[in-house]
Write a protein that binds this ligand. Structure first.
Ligand SMILES: [Zn+2]
Length: 261
């Protein structure tokens, strides 16, 4: 079984059915993160259609200003969700620094909940890698997936030291920086993602599909002088280790263990 640890399945339009078929056909366990409340509701509906899809609730940093004054309204969604994401900070694409305090407040709210409820988190860190590291330390959250990391190498190493996992995604085919990062991530912290459907759309103008995870795996294998089978097996093992004692993800663990050969 392949692992796609960061996607936005709710953003598929007409292609959703073929995406779900793709997930089944290629056995891609898929974490479907949310940007906000409507996208979480949609992910839940999609999750009902496919047992390889794990919907998770979060408020994306870009949505933070809309939610920052109503955080307690989010409690039922947070409590219902077996993991947290997408959450984080974006000080790169979001240019208006007036929004940063709202981003921080929302992120801290979710990290406090994740700590209390012992849930893994799925993080966006663009241009704020050091701030996210500091907050993970402050809230003592080791079970963190850092998605599409593109920041400085010293912070990457500090995040590794702290315990974080990293998803390498579709940009690994096109970017020297991402290739260097894909080589640097230690074997036991490596995960894979597509950020579907938007990842490839942003890079190449085409709608990403679940089967594209195989290409990510192939490129990582080439970069690390190993085989695609080794990368897939390693990522599978890493994800299982991360959720080993997670009471919220027992069913997921069973599905992943079943697929182990
Ligand atoms: Zn995302």
């Amino acid at each position: 079984m392949l692992i796609d640890a960061h996607t936005h399945l709710d953003k598929y339009a007409a292609e959703l059915d073929s995406a779900l078929e793709d997930i089944d056909r290629h056995h891609v366990f898929t974490v479907a993160v949310a940007m906000d409340v409507p996208s979480y509701r949609r992910s839940l509906e999609i999750g009902d259609e496919c047992n390889l899809v794990l919907p998770t609730f979060g408020i994306h940093p870009r949505r933070a200003p809309e939610y920052v004054d109503h955080l307690s309204d989010l409690v039922p969604f947070i409590e219902q969700s077996p993991a947290i994401g997408e959450i984080g900070l974006d000080f790169h694409w979001v240019k208006e620094s007036s929004q940063y305090p709202a981003q921080l407040k929302v992120l801290e709210y979710f990290l406090a909940a994740a700590r209390e409820q012992n849930k893994m988190v799925n993080l966006h860190t663009k241009g704020a890698e050091k701030q996210v590291l500091d907050l993970l330390e402050r809230y003592d959250i080791q079970r963190a997936i850092v998605h599409w990391y593109s920041g400085p190498m010293d912070i990457l190493r500090a995040l590794v030291q702290f315990g974080a996992y990293f998803t390498v995604g579709v940009e690994v085919s096109y970017s020297d920086t991402i290739q260097a990062i894909a080589r640097e991530i230690p074997e036991h912290r490596l995960l894979t993602e597509t950020d579907n459907p938007g990842g490839l759309k942003w890079l190449k103008g085409v709608v990403g599909m679940p089967a594209d995870i195989q290409n990510v795996i192939d490129v990582i294998a080439r970069l690390r002088n190993s085989s695609a089978e080794w990368v897939a097996r390693t990522v599978h093992k890493n994800f299982l280790r991360m959720i080993k004692d997670d009471a919220w993800l027992k069913d997921i663990r069973a599905i992943l263990l079943q697929s182990e050969r």
